[in-house]
Design a protein around this ligand. Structure first.
Ligand SMILES: Cc1ncc(COP(=O)(O)OP(=O)(O)O)c(N)n1
Ligand code: 3NM
Ligand code: MG
Length: 358
């Protein structure tokens, strides 16, 4: 430790000097190593630029805090062969049951090391302890972001077709459309109707639940967490001015999907921070379903595709004639309404969309 950080100056026992150095050295190594494992996974395994940058900035912040301690003195205190812990290993130390186990184990390693650093730093440098506490809190958020992104990427196939439908003019028409979409292998059906009353909407939702139950097609409710809960939907899609991701989860409980509409890269990154399961990215092209004044278009698709790997569905005016442009821009998941819902043969249009994406 440097003179100003010498614990002996604070009336601590002389043995503290070397043992504190040893503890800080071990905990600093553990934190950096855990962080590196996660960063490597996200960078090389996941190709996620945004999450890699977040982890990298935590690593740099941690390095600059740790530099406050006298690293040379810490290294001089190192005694790996004399460490009683190196020969005590848990049964599971050399086994990881898949990527989730690997990530969780390394986040725990990081968080425990940060806590140990923080507590021991309190003996010598209050400011460093506070900054280590901030790093630990950041690691909790990063754990949520990384695990949600990696889990979600495995929940939504790629390529993927997501269809938004309204309640239709009659129950029969709705049932026919929903059945045709499930048969066509649509990945997600969203019930989006802002004009019918809640009871009719719930009845349509219940029917859609029946048609999608035990199939590969997920059922999402637009805007309404309450109706999603009542009908047992798989999740809810919300816009920028609607319920937040955590508010939706507080209504639905855990294990349900929450999608968020995004119209800029900043909003897409925020959705990752908020723990969304997927995003809508648009509007891509002029739409006959909803009117817009601005079109972030294919530029936004390219930007998001380069930066984040949370599943993103391009939306807005997409049809079989332009779906390939979206795929070329880097996003192979699309959400459509008009081109399918208004078609005389919706299943055929879904097949065309799929082949354009492939
Ligand atoms: C998949 C998907 N993406 C975007 C939207 C649009 O949601 P929002 O901005 O809340 O607009 P409304 O659909 O509520 O008019 C969506 N519904 N689905
Ligand atoms: C409901 C909606 N939201 C959009 C967004 O960009 O957030 S685009 C859109 C309309 C999607 O329907 P269609 O495929 O008929 O254009
Ligand atoms: Mg909405």
């Amino acid at each position: 430790m440097s003179d100003s950080h010498n614990p002996n100056d604070r009336g601590l026992p002389p043995s503290m000097d070397i043992s504190l150095g040893r503890t800080l050295d071990a905990a600093a190594n553990r934190a950096s190593e855990g962080l590196r494992v996660i960063e490597d996974f996200v960078r090389y395994g996941q190709n996620d630029r945004f999450l890699t940058e977040q982890l990298k900035s935590l690593r740099h912040e941690l390095d600059s805090t740790l530099q406050k301690f006298d690293r040379l003195a810490s290294i001089q205190s190192r005694d790996t062969f004399g460490d009683v812990g190196t020969t005590i290993q848990g049964k599971l130390e050399h086994t990881r049951h898949g990527w989730s186990d690997l990530l969780t184990a390394n986040f725990k390693r990081l968080q425990q090391a940060l806590r140990s650093l923080e507590e021991h730093a309190k003996l010598i440098d209050g400011e460093a302890a506070a900054s280590l506490e901030r790093a630990r809190y950041l690691s909790y958020s990063l754990e949520k972001m990384v695990l949600t992104t990696v889990t979600a990427a495995r929940q939504f196939a790629e390529p993927s077709v997501y269809v938004l439908i309204d309640g239709q003019a009659s129950v029969d028409a709705f049932d026919r459309l929903a059945g045709a979409l499930v048969d066509a292998g649509v990945d997600v059906i969203q019930l989006r109707d802002k004009s019918i009353d809640d009871r009719t909407l719930v009845a349509r939702g219940e029917l859609l639940r029946k048609r999608t139950a035990n199939t590969a097609t997920k059922m999402i409710f637009n805007d309404r967490a309450d109706l999603a809960k009542v009908t047992g939907a798989d999740g809810v899609h919300v816009g920028q001015e609607e319920l937040t991701v955590s508010q939706v989860r507080s209504v639905l409980g855990t294990g349900k999907l929450v999608g968020v509409s995004t119209h800029s890269l900043a909003q897409a990154q925020q959705a990752v921070r908020d723990g969304a399961d997927y995003i809508g990215i648009g509007p891509t092209f002029p739409s006959t379903t909803k009117s817009f004044e601005q079109f972030p278009g294919l530029d936004l698709i390219r930007e998001v595709a380069t930066e984040i790997t949370l599943p993103g569905f391009a939306i807005g005016g997409i049809d079989p004639t332009n779906a390939a442009l979206v795929a070329e821009a880097g996003i192979k998941r699309i959400a459509v309404s008009g081109c399918v819902a208004k078609a005389s043969d919706p299943g055929a249009v879904v097949a065309q969309l799929k082949s354009a994406l492939a």
